[in-house]
Design a protein around this ligand. Sequence first.
Ligand SMILES: Cc1ncc(COP(=O)(O)O)c(C=O)c1O
Length: 470
Amino acid sequence: MSQSNPIKLPNMSHYWMPFTANRQFKAMPRLFKAAKGNYFTSIDDRQILDGTAGLWCVPAGHGRSEIASAVGNQLLTLDFAPPFQASHPLAFEAAERVAAYMPAGLDRIFFTNSGSESVDTALKIVLAYHRVCGNPLRNKLIGRERGYHGVNFGGIAVGGIAGNRKAFGNSLAGVDHIRHPLDIAKNAFTKGVPADGGVALANEFEQRILTLHDPSTIAALIVEPMQGSAGVVVPPAGYLKRLREICTQYGILLIFDEVITGFGRLGTKFGADYFDVIPDIITCAKGLTNGVVPMGAVAVKREIYDAFMEKSPAGAIELPHGYTYSAIPIACAAAIATLDIFAAEKLEDRAASLSTYFEQAAHSLKGLPMVKDIRNIGLVAGIEFESIAGKPSAMAFATYLKCFEMGIHVRFTGEIIAISPPLTIEKHEIDRIFNTIADAIKSVNAAGEAGLIVNNHLKNEQAWAMHQSF
Ligand SMILES: Cc1ncc(COP(=O)(O)O)c(C=O)c1O
């Protein structure tokens, strides 16, 4: 594509983009028009290696024909069935398949349409559970600093990212937070799980609930096994196990939000498997359908489901909750096809076998200018930059743009670049991702102040042609 043949861009006025600096983006759009395997095709016909599995949600790689056929066939067979007081066989089959993929015991499945909905559903389930069990005063929810649990009101209440909370009023009452486990001063450049401090940190949770609340008032603790969105925070050894012990001791339900860590990301089916800690509830979404149809799921321990069934009045709706699109047939078809791919290709094992190579590649960036920390686990890595006074996120954003110009899609969040490729990634592609990030960091730094000016990026011939046509 050359400047004489500029790309036709859509009218960009009407779409209010989520979690995006709309004015900045629309002045310099980054648009994809196709995807196959581990690559996107950008609107200016460049192959962009997908270093983020979409948005952590395409573990099996793009354009899987098995999923496309299953969804297409389903659409022409049964497009919709009412989910309240009626259903369709595939919903039950999908639930059975998801249950079989979950850690043992978490085999009752509620379907939603997203990670955010899964989280809010889980929070409602725990409150309703304690009520149905005769403990309505056990109604406080505990989240964690830096936690990301989606964008609905429950999720931002237990979430721990100020930027996602401050604009939206007073949030839910009866919510508290525990400390996040990131300790760069002690653990910078740790490969994988930090060795020390996990039990002491988890014990702070016990201290906090004893001092500030009373354990008998706490309904649940929700944590991501690895905090993804707030910058790839890997918990220290022993931390999650100790949280589990404390929850068990005080009758508090433990929810693992596995929207990112589910479906092979850590080299195991779930983070629960990786850390060998079984929560009472797992929330998931994203990889469940390989990202192609919105779907989330909440897996609960059988005892929780049974309590609703045994203790609710006969004939009553046990949980007055659900969505028009809960278990919509095409989502069920996509989930089953995705689980078939996982079973056939053992993608979790693939991720595990690549994780050391990936770790070495990620940590090869140590020593580059501005790189303050590198963290990794499974097929996830985070590179954190020194922050620049008065210019929050500038280094990460400039690096992200430079990578895009050089044909790699990474994710930036705060001062961090996150990498989470499809689990189908090849070693030479891992090399390319990290070599490109290294080149991007060097290039941004070499340009000094100018390197941090957003408009100085994306000026290769193709991207610039696209830009000019706007
Ligand atoms: C841990 C976690 N929970 C919840 C969500 C929200 O998922 P969704 O964007 O599908 O609502 C995300 C999204 O990244 C997530 O990482």
